[in-house]
Design a protein around this ligand. Structure first.
Ligand SMILES: [Zn+2]
Ligand SMILES: [Zn+2]
Length: 302
């Protein structure tokens, strides 16, 4: 393992453990608000920009807006936009099969949650043909962010410390960086293990309200595996998806366009499966294969 990787692992675990400092600094309700802003704003940065824009191109935005969201996403300390989105494309390509960089089915829960992110000896390389690398590595400001992904979290941490000392650093950076890491990683683990399956996809993706709350709408992961192009992961109004509300607001302001909707045929498919399925049954992949094949003639690619 290279020195750079060792250092990255030490920094990652230091930030994780530093979240415990919340017990060492005084508590104010306002600090909870600071946690929430830092957690959810950066969560939306990741989901709106790294996930729904770079990996799935579910809408368009202008260059300055794209840079600002990518910057906010990079401040989450989950490496750079090209690395993140490029690996995510591979997750969909091989979902829960050999080649998926983080499948609890293939490589176990710890590895799928954290291990792959820290030291992936098998799949931590992105081909030039990867659509994210192919199309965005030539954009100078995005390539810069991807190379210098340590800068935004470092500036955020230093800024918070200068503004409010240790309590601001702990409540505005240490704790929310830790909670956001697990909110994101849970999509790869919890959402492939626990929850309901509206669509009978050829993977173990599941919808889970808890991860939807903490990962800004990403918990409707079975919906998302069924139709990746949509700018919304919550397919119905009652499926909480703040990233979708942000994209809608941006569209209303003219800051987002070509917003990809969920096609009517996907809603019809959801209704057809519901009618076929005995109540309260969550089929495993074994049960799902025959019916998923039936619906798979329009399988999506990125
Ligand atoms: Zn998935
Ligand atoms: Zn995705």
């Amino acid at each position: 393992m290279s020195i750079k990787k060792y250092l990255a692992i030490i920094v990652f675990w230091t930030v994780q453990v530093s979240a415990l400092l919340v017990f060492a600094v005084p508590f104010h309700l306002a600090y909870l608000a600071l946690w929430a802003v830092s957690h959810f704003l950066r969560a939306i940065g990741l989901t709106l920009s790294f996930h729904r824009y770079f990996a799935h191109r579910s809408f368009q935005m202008n260059r300055p807006t794209r840079f600002i969201w990518a910057l906010i996403g990079t401040a989450a300390m989950q490496k750079g936009p090209l690395w993140w989105a490029g690996h995510h494309v591979n997750h969909h390509r091989f979902a829960d099969r050999e080649g998926d960089p983080h499948s609890p089915m293939v490589s176990g829960v710890y590895y799928a949650h954290i291990g792959w992110f820290l030291n992936d000896a098998k799949y931590d390389r992105l081909e030039k043909s990867n659509p994210v690398i192919r199309d965005f590595s030539k954009v100078p400001e995005i390539a810069w962010l991807d190379r210098n992904y340590v800068v935004p979290p470092l500036v955020l941490a230093a800024g918070l410390y200068l503004l409010g000392g240790l309590p601001w650093l702990v409540w505005g950076f240490c704790l929310p960086t830790m909670t956001l890491a697990h909110a994101t990683f849970a999509i790869n683990t919890v959402n492939h293990l626990f929850g309901s399956r509206r669509f009978e996809t050829l993977d173990e993706s599941r919808n889970n309200v808890l991860t939807a709350i903490f990962a800004a709408g990403e918990g409707w992961h079975n919906n998302h595996h069924r139709y990746q192009r949509a700018a919304r992961n919550g397919f119905y109004w009652w499926e909480f998806d703040p990233t979708w509300y942000t994209i809608r607001t941006m569209a209303a302001l003219g800051l987002a366009w070509d917003v990809q909707r969920v096609p009517t045929r996907i809603y019809e498919e959801a209704r057809a499966i519901k009618a076929l399925r005995p109540r309260h049954k969550i089929p495993s992949i074994i049960d799902a294969i025959p019916r998923a094949m039936e619906f798979s003639e329009d399988a999506e690619s990125v």
